[in-house]
Design a binder for this molecule. Structure first.
Ligand code: GLP
Length: 255
């Protein structure tokens, strides 16, 4: 694991955007795995600016999002499809037929999950997967569990996740109770992983992800065995990491 400690959220966002832009320069037809949540917003904003300035291009890229709320369609302002359109896709040179997000309205969820896996496989697998992390250690919507759920599947959201995500809805009761999410194996198959965490409330989860046991009760801990993971944290989320500089983890500090 490479850990980059950024001075603040802005530095974190800039560094993450540079890594994604670099990936697109090295391989313009990259398959990118993308995430929602508030953490990647600054990264997406920086990428939009870089595309406007001619420093990055999504024109040949394919994207696969981690997850989608079950029961919400693409026109629903709370859907992750809508989020991605608003914050990235409609603002960069992304081709609409190269955007892939699980269908939250799929009648046959089982089929939809298999279709999604097959699409990723047919495009050659994910080159770079962007991740946030939930307060409970979830990645995508892989909630703490007794086993790691392998492939794309229907998830019952944890109470903690429903509460954390309620801030995006008028009423907590409006938060969908289920979602379709890539599985742990789907995520682990990505060639490179870039995880972002910001703020004090993520500090203890980040610490456990990096130094705790690998266990399905903290899904992100599985990233310890991925061969190419970069974690970018701001100083607030890095509290607790600093004194634990292990030999298998390299630290970089950026301003
Ligand atoms: C949601 C998403 C995750 C995301 C998490 C953290 O539950 N499914 O992919 O990482 O929220 O969100 P935030 O970045 O807002 O803390």
């Amino acid at each position: 694991m490479r850990i980059v400690i950024a001075k603040d959220y802005q530095a974190l966002s800039k560094k993450a955007a540079h890594i994604i832009a670099g990936q697109l320069i090295m391989k313009p037809d990259s398959v990118l795995g993308l995430a929602t949540g508030s953490t990647p917003l600054g990264t997406y904003q920086t990428l939009v600016t870089m595309v406007e300035d001619g420093l990055a291009s999504f024109s040949q890229a394919q994207t696969f999002n981690l997850d989608e709320y079950y029961g919400l369609g693409p026109q629903d302002p709370q859907s992750y499809y809508y989020f991605m359109q608003q914050n990235l896709f409609s603002r960069v040179d992304m081709r609409s037929n190269c955007i892939h997000i699980p269908d939250g309205l799929a009648g046959d969820v089982q089929m939809e999950c298999l279709r999604y896996e097959e699409q990723i496989r047919r495009h050659g697998g994910i080159d770079l997967q962007l991740l946030g992390i939930g307060r409970n250690g979830h990645i995508g919507f892989n909630e703490p569990d007794l086993k790691f759920e392998a492939i794309t599947h229907l998830v019952a959201l944890d109470q903690d996740t429903i509460e954390a995500n309620a801030r995006f809805f008028d009423e907590p009761s409006q938060v969908p109770r289920q979602a379709i999410s890539m599985g742990i194996k789907t995520i682990m198959h990505a060639r490179k992983i870039l995880l972002l965490a910001s703020g004090k409330e993520k500090a203890s989860t980040v610490y456990q992800m990096v130094y705790g046991d690998i266990r399905p009760e903290l899904p992100a801990s599985v990233l310890q065995i991925h061969p190419d993971v970069t974690i970018i944290v701001d100083e607030a989320a890095a509290e607790g990491l600093a004194q634990m500089r292990g030999t298998d983890t390299s630290y970089i500090r950026i301003e």
